[in-house]
Design a protein around this ligand. Sequence first.
Ligand code: ZN
Length: 324
Amino acid sequence: MCACFGVYIHPEELDEIWIDEASSAGIGLVAFHPAGGENTADSFERFLHLTEEPGFQSLMEKMRQKGILAETAAHALSWLLPREEFEAHPDWFRMDETGNRVKAFNCCPSSLAAMAYLEDRAAALVGKIPADGHRYHLWTDDVAVGACSCERCKGLTPADQSLLLTHAILRGLRKADPEAKLSFLAYHGTMELPGVMPEEGVYLEYAPMDREYDKPLTDPDSEKNRKQWAPVSALLERFGKEDATVLDYWYDNSLQSGWKKPPVKLKLEQAVMEQDVRDDLSAGFAYITTFACYLGADYRALYPELPDLAALTKAADSMMKKAE
Ligand SMILES: [Zn+2]
């Protein structure tokens, strides 16, 4: 049994202490997650500037020296297809349920011109964002449902549409990085098996945000959690287990803080996490990861110590002992 443990943090929260904490906890992956929400294109642009700064580059160098992979995980669709293009090309964008083209969120996956634009923008990102192991996470916009209802798209589910966008972005990445792999994000409205078949190079990234956080995902008494867990085995079968990634919320202090600073003190549901990790490993996920935003220097200034990150990796130990 082999799994990589990872944390997704806001890029500006990375510092030497974070790296040391992650390293001593046995974390093998740090993914930089520019803030989601409504202004994802701006926060992605800020991240691109940050990656050029010598201070950030030397922190990444330190991470890699400690054997920690650096990746990028962002709701990038509105950066890949800037909303400013709406005036000139409304047909590239999403049609809402009332039949109007709207610039908010995502785009029309049936528009070949929009897909070609996405490809070019994605190709231009290669080499500019950390993607160790050629693993990319460039997701659709951060919205529960942002599907297109045009004549050509209306027969496609939100998961189908998201996968088609994933394919376009992956085609672009592979022009510049032939080994690129890109995740399909199963999350809120896309948490279902797509009818469209995934192309080679797409892997599953499962983010069960619509869950109860104080109960394990497999808790029979939680209807919400049952619903989130139900598609997992079919998704893993369809997308394969290699690179399959769980992205959970055990250490997500931005969520617990209501995405507003100052950060609250993180409440870690350790027993829930331990059960979840065992279930994730049994299901066959290769990467066990969690958001861990709002645990940077401002958190440490308020609360004397970081929550125990090693609890994440230790959650697997008991299971491995059992298997021996
Ligand atoms: Zn459409």
